[in-house]
Ligand binder design. Structure first.
Ligand code: AMP
Length: 636
């Protein structure tokens, strides 16, 4: 027997949900459906978005409604237009085999005449946002005297958005004996009050522990300096080439700003905020839903009701003012049984807030370290390798070129061809990340503090620390093991180019894309003076005193030694990074954005498009940035 049938759902509806791919009920459906099917109780369900809530109340409604009558019998109120459309659509799908079933979506920002017409034609289920619903009630265009069930979906969100009074007014037009089913992700006192005022001894169901976030979501935080936030965001994205994420900012301006930077830097991103017209918002959402965009940068208000499945990451670029909102943000990922990661990029002062959120969600955060530039390069490299390995070959089309391709590679061995293919994309990451600083504030600070202590004690750090031994200078050099240097190679490279004796060189700390070399202070002066215009594999090699501006190279964007680390090149990281840099490789993949094709993979988006092509491709500026729908909260 079909598991939904076991719960008491009739065949027409079971067949419809089967077609939607629902094989087994989600936990909330399993628990709520039998209770709601009785139709005799008020109900409070504490459940996150994405848990299958809509079917949990939608399927029982379809069993309880008399579809022979054309009068509204169920009213579903929800906070946003997006959610309203989604719920109406879901219920239409659930009832596709149910004769006579009719659902109307009532929401602001759309033609009211059409909605009035649909209501006049007769509907049993009204899904509405509060503002437009009141408008229609004010026109005496709907009769709620036969309403038997009212569903308040995302009740906490509706209250957050200031719909309390509207809800009161709407409910006062429905019969006293109706049953009220309330769903909420959180249970702040205001929602409790609604439950108390409008409900009679409701059955309560809590999915998971009270206020507990979705179990499928991992929570992580990264501590960085405020000015490194954007660089940290980029690094997280680069480290997750298949990311499909929502980035939350506090203000519309920040949202726009972050999105514009990302677009300029070649990422497939766009902004969603209240200053966009409804049409623009719809367009952005559609692109995101279709996965033609990887990163949606949004404010809390604009992101309400985002119902996109398979979001892999939620990134809190700024923590929400209302800690409770965190649950809503993180609930955008880990939907429908999938796993997701919710990330907070914070400054050191905000760790207290993380502890508060932990208390609210009843789950611990992991304090994560931002990947190093080397980590990112490695991740991207193997991402590329896997994609090359798995790419589907169109034998028919490629065949006619194969002999010419083979001729082109005739002078190269298989190993050389592989190396060159891998390098084609890898070099770009390498170039960008070779000087990338460590952005992890706490790690840095800790190290700096410890270094101070060690210095006072006259000790050297574990791995040479970041301070050189007395009488030595610690030099940063932008070559390392990825250049296939061994310590010996690096020693001769430094000595030959700096024209110093090997005896003057102390500890060599060979890293991935860079290294540290300790040199006797007097010899270091000589080395730095001689080390000019040095190239390795066509790349300019820089050497500098660790934490100080470089000598003997152009080295733009280098900062002073405030971090005490190597002289990172933050301007490049913060602004038009390598993705925005000039590209020689073909522009083929650049078309993908505009054509609406797949854009899931990181590398594929790092195409050879020019900046103009890219901003044109995003389609974001088409409609300008103004638009009527400013703060539509109360209007829904
Ligand atoms: P909701 O919480 O209602 O927004 O549902 C989240 C997502 O889960 C939607 O895409 C639903 O289509 C999907 N979903 C709901 N119930 C089931 C189920 N029993 N099996 C598979 N997917 C489901």
């Amino acid at each position: 027997m079909n598991p939904f049938s076991k719960l008491g759902i009739s065949d027409d509806v079971v067949n419809a949900v089967k077609e939607l791919g629902f094989e087994n009920p989600t936990p909330i459906q399993e628990q709520a459906i039998p209770v709601l099917l009785e139709g005799s109780n008020d109900f409070v369900g504490l459940a996150q978005t994405g848990t299958g809530k809509t079917a949990a109340f939608g399927l029982p409604l379809l069993e309880l409604i008399d579809f022979k009558s054309n009068k509204p019998q169920a009213l579903i109120l929800c906070p946003t237009r997006e959610l309203c459309l989604q719920i109406a659509n879901d219920i239409r799908n659930f009832s596709k085999n149910t004769p006579g079933a009719s659902v109307v979506a009532v929401y602001g920002g759309a033609n009211i005449m059409q909605q009035l017409r649909e209501i006049r034609n007769g509907v049993q289920i009204v899904v509405a946002t509060p503002g437009r619903m009141l408008d229609i009630i004010g026109r005496k265009a709907i009769d709620f005297s036969n309403v038997k069930y009212v569903v308040l979906d995302e009740a906490d969100e509706m209250l957050n958005m200031g719909f309390q009074e509207d809800i009161n007014d709407i409910l006062s037009t429905t019969p006293d004996e109706k049953k009220t089913w309330l769903f909420s992700a959180t249970m702040p006192p205001e929602v409790r009050r609604i439950a108390k005022n409008y409900m009679d001894n409701p059955t309560e169901l809590t999915m998971g522990t009270k206020n507990t976030g979705n179990v499928n979501i991992e929570h992580e935080y990264y501590i960085v300096k405020a000015r490194d936030k954007y660089a940290a965001l980029k690094r997280i994205v680069d480290y997750n080439p298949d990311i499909f994420g929502v980035v939350f900012c506090k203000t519309k301006m920040d949202t726009q700003d972050v999105a514009e930077h990302l677009i300029k830097d070649g990422y497939n991103a766009d902004a969603l905020h209240g200053d966009l017209s409804q049409q623009q918002r719809d367009k952005v959402m559609q692109r995101f839903r279709d996965r033609n965009m990887q990163l949606l940068i949004a404010t809390d208000v604009a992101a309400r009701g985002i119902d996109v499945n398979n979001v892999t990451h939620v990134i809190n670029y700024a923590l929400p003012d209302e800690i409770e909102s965190y649950t809503h943000r993180s609930g955008r990922t880990g939907r429908a049984g999938k796993t997701g990661v919710s990330i907070c990029i914070i400054n050191a002062k905000e760790t207290g807030k993380i502890r508060q959120i932990e208390r609210i969600i009843g789950k611990q955060f992991t304090k994560a370290e931002l990947p190093t530039g080397f980590d990112v390069c490695e991740k991207q490299l193997f991402g590329l390798i896997h994609r090359v390995h798995n790419v589907e070959v169109n034998e028919e089309q490629i065949d006619k070129y194969m002999s010419r391709i083979n001729d082109e590679f005739a002078d190269l061995s298989k190993e050389e061809v592989i190396k060159k293919f891998a390098s084609l994309e890898f070099n770009r990451f390498l170039e960008y990340y070779q000087n990338a600083p460590d952005l992890n504030l706490s790690a840095d600070d800790r190290e700096r503090g410890e270094r101070g202590d060690r210095r006072e004690r006259g000790e050297r750090g574990e791995r040479g620390g970041r301070g050189a031994e007395a009488g030595y200078s610690r030099l940063f050099i932008n070559v390392g093991s990825v250049d296939e240097f061994t310590r010996g190679d690096l020693l001769s490279f430094v000595c030959n180019n700096g024209r110093i004796s090997g005896k003057a060189v102390g500890k060599i700390d060979l890293k991935g894309v860079f290294s540290f070399v300790e040199v006797e202070s007097a010899a270091a002066e000589t080395l730095l003076a001689n080390f000019k215009d040095v190239q390795y594999n066509g790349r300019e090699v820089r050497i500098e005193v660790s934490g100080e501006p470089a000598r003997g190279s152009r080295g733009e964007g280098r900062r002073g030694g405030d971090r005490g680390g190597f002289g990172g090149d933050r301007r490049r990281e913060g602004g038009g990074g390598y993705r925005g840099g000039d590209r020689r490789s073909g522009g083929g993949s650049g078309r993908r954005d505009r054509d609406g094709g797949n854009s899931g993979g990181g590398f594929r988006d790092f195409s050879g498009r020019s900046r103009e092509e890219r901003s044109g491709g995003s389609g974001r500026r088409e409609g300008g940035n103004g638009g009527g729908g400013s703060d539509r909260r109360r209007r829904s």
